[in-house]
Structure formats: C-alpha cells, structure tokens
Design a protein around this ligand. Structure first.
Ligand SMILES: C[S@@+](CC[C@H](N)C(=O)[O-])C[C@H]1O[C@@H](n2cnc3c(N)ncnc32)[C@H](O)[C@@H]1O
Length: 388
C-alpha cells in the first residue's frame, strides 16, 4: 500500500492539494522522520505513508480516534458496529416504508389550513410509531423516546415543506423526492441523537462504548465537516443533508479496520498538545534529515477548530518556530499580506537561508454563508531552495 485517503473528514483537509504540494516536497525516501504539528485529517501523511512519523494535533478527540485505530481498540470497533447497524436499518426503513410515507403525504396534501397542522402531527407520529418498530442497536434503546420525538419533528417538517413547495409550483414532484426526504428525515434524526448523546451526556456512565466512534460518525455526517458552537458552547452543526444519505459508512469502517501500521511497516506516534510544546519535545530526535509539514489554521476570523482559536500572535510565534527549525520544513497557508510579511524573505533562518514562497489556487466545493470564498490562493513556504 503506497497511499491512503484520510480516515475522516476534516476542515482544511489537504487531499485535493497533494499534487500541488508534491511539486515542492523533498524526496520522502531520504527523510528519516516526518513531523506534523497540525495533523488534522493528515492528508499528506496518508498520501505518502512515510516510514517514521511523529504527529500532533491540539484536538484530543481527534488524536484519541487515531490512537484507537492504531491500538485496534475492541470498544472502538464494537461501538462503530452498533452505529453501522442502526444506520443500515434506517436505509432499509426508508425503502420498506416508503409507501406508508407516501400515503401520509397524500392524506396531508388533501387537508387544508388548520387541519393540515393538526393532521401533520397525528400522521407523522403515526408513521414514526410504525417505522421505528425495527430492531435498532442497543445504542438507541435508552434514548428511544427522544429518538422518536426528534424523528416525528423531522418527518413532519419534510412533509410540510413538500406540501408548501407543491402549493407554490404546479410542477409534479421529482420521482425520488419522497424517498430522499424520508431517508434524510430519518438519518438527520439519528445524527442528532448521536450528536447530542456525544456532546451532552456524562461519558463515564457509558463505559462500554468508545466515544471516539461517535466523534468519527459526527465528523463524517455533519454538514461540510464544519465546527460551530452556539452561545453556550454547544456544537450545533446539523446533518449534512440528502447528499450524505448514500455515503458508504460500511466501506469506510472496513477501510479503517484494515489499517494496520505494523503490517505496513510504519511507525507513527500520536501526540495532543499545543504545537509549540510538541515541537520542543522533539529537540532530541530531530535531525537534518527530518521534515516538518506545518499546516496551521488560516489567519482569518474563520479559523477555529473545536473551539481553539489560532490568533495573530500564534502566527507570529509560529514564524519564529519555523525560522529556528533545524531541518527542512514546508508551511501551507491561505495567502494574505500579513502572512507574506511574516515570511517576507528578509529574515533569514538558522542556516542563513531565506524562506521561499510560491502560491497556487484552491477551489472550494461549497460556500458557507459567504465565509469561505469559492477560490482562495494558498501560499507554500519552504525553508529550502528547490533547485539546490
Ligand atoms: C488546517 S488543519 C490541518 C489540516 C490537515 N493537514 C489535513 O490535511 O486534514 C489545522 C489543524 O491544526 C490544529 N490546531 C489548531 N491550533 C493548534 C495548536 N495551537 N497546536 C496544535 N494544533 C492546532 C487544528 O485542530 C486542526 O486540526
């Protein structure tokens, strides 16, 4: 195996930039240690699979997830299998009970005004009571009442929306509308159940589960792999929506299960601390043949991961760390004047060399309320000259 995809979806992931980065990377065969202080989804690591690596991310939940996989944690895979069982039951329900859903829709479409709202509640509850008879995993059982309530809300919202849409437009519904809506309502409810379970309950009371499995599930299915918290610090990103219904969770879990670092002859150490602390701990093992890949959060107001801000001061400190680095290093970041000033080439690094800067365009798939431009320019900053 020469290369893998990242194991989970992560904001700022560099999977689609690997070809660009490749143009400036040193030959990995000559590297004795790959160091990644801002590991995230680890796109570069998984695409190159260097023999020896030490990686870090401040996000402890993320690092616990990687450690569970590396240690082949029984509890981790046991919990993932429970989630998978539920998820596949929901796919099955949405097909098997589609006719029931469609019948409810027809009843509601023929109700009017106040009757519609009253009937919506009755019909949605009726439908949910029937479909949730299926045998879910034990995860759902203690929260069944809650799950039922969320599902009723989601199903009735979908039905109401479709009726409103029809009343505004004389066109027929797309053939698959009901199936898509029904499945999205069911899966959105389940996602919410797991999200609120993961973020709200006392994990000590549920020791038979490994919570990084829930973390993985939420990362995979939350909208746009984003992080966002409400004013009381609650993670509140909703389900990714109908496009996420068909994601192959089973295949992803199988891939994760099959990752065996030992078999691949790979040595990897996972750390979770501030990158500065992590880097200073490496002083004794770093050599001239090591390579550091810095992939810090952008310098912008929209660069917080898991409630961790990376500030202007942090960027200034990072530039000093990079300047003092005693081996080859590459930094990738959004191109801004502030960053260019930090690495302007006037200040020399440990060996008296300048930083080498070049840029490339990155295009995003989606635009979140105008906070992400569709296309940004990325800067690649090297402390080595590619032509030497
Ligand atoms: C741009 S992302 C890395 C993306 C990653 N290279 C990938 O391909 O998915 C930046 C990462 O830095 C982490 N981070 C933020 N502040 C940090 C800090 N002070 N020390 C270490 N890691 C930090 C975030 O949790 C996030 O995972």
């Amino acid at each position: 195996m020469n290369s893998l995809n990242p194991l989970l979806k992560w904001p700022g992931g560099k999977s689609r930039e690997i070809n660009e980065l490749d143009k400036s990377l040193p030959d990995f065969k000559s590297i004795d240690l790959y160091i990644s202080p801002f590991f995230g989804g680890g796109a570069l690591y998984f695409s190159k699979l260097p023999k020896k690596a030490v990686v870090n991310d401040i996000d402890i939940q993320l690092i616990t997830f990687y450690k569970d996989i590396k240690n082949n944690s029984y509890k981790f895979f046991f919990t993932l299998d429970l989630i998978l069982k539920d998820w596949e039951i929901l796919t099955k329900i949405s097909k098997n009970y589609l006719e029931v859903y469609e019948k409810k829709f027809i009843i509601l479409k023929n109700s009017s005004g106040n009757n519609l709202l009253k009937n919506l509640k009755i019909q949605s509850k009726d439908l949910v009571d029937e479909v949730l008879q299926e045998d879910f995993s034990e995860l759902v059982t203690p929260f069944f009442k809650e799950f039922q309530l969320i599902t009723i809300t989601y199903v009735s919202r979908k039905l109401k929306k479709t009726i409103e849409l029809l009343s505004k437009s004389p066109n027929e519904l797309e053939p698959r509308t009901h199936l898509i809506n029904f499945e999205t309502a069911l899966k959105g409810s389940y996602y919410n159940l797991i999200r609120d379970f993961y973020y709200n309950i006392n994990q000590d009371n549920y020791q038979k589960y490994q919570f990084s499995s829930f973390f993985f599930f939420i990362r995979e299915f939350c909208f746009g792999s984003m992080f966002r918290y409400n004013s009381s610090g609650q993670f509140n990103i909703p389900y990714g929506g109908s496009n996420y219904n068909r994601k192959n969770l089973r295949r992803k879990i199988n891939l994760i299960r099959s990752l065996n670092y030992n078999k691949l002859g790979l040595s990897i150490e996972f750390h979770s601390s501030n990158y500065l602390e992590f880097m200073s701990g490496l002083n004794k093992i770093i050599t001239k043949e090591s390579f550091v890949f810095y992939d810090p959060p952008y310098h912008s107001e929209f660069s917080s991961y898991s409630n961790n801000e990376f500030t202007t001061e942090d960027h200034k400190e990072l530039a000093i760390n990079f300047r003092n680095l005693n081996c080859k290093g590459m930094l990738v970041i959004k191109d801004t004047q502030f960053i260019r000033n930090l690495y302007d080439g006037k200040t020399t690094n440990f060996s008296g060399k300048k930083f080498y800067l070049h840029s490339f365009k990155k295009t995003y798939n989606y635009n979140v309320k105008g906070r992400n431009n569709r296309s940004v320019t990325h800067l690649v900053i090297l402390n080595y000259n590619l032509n030497e």
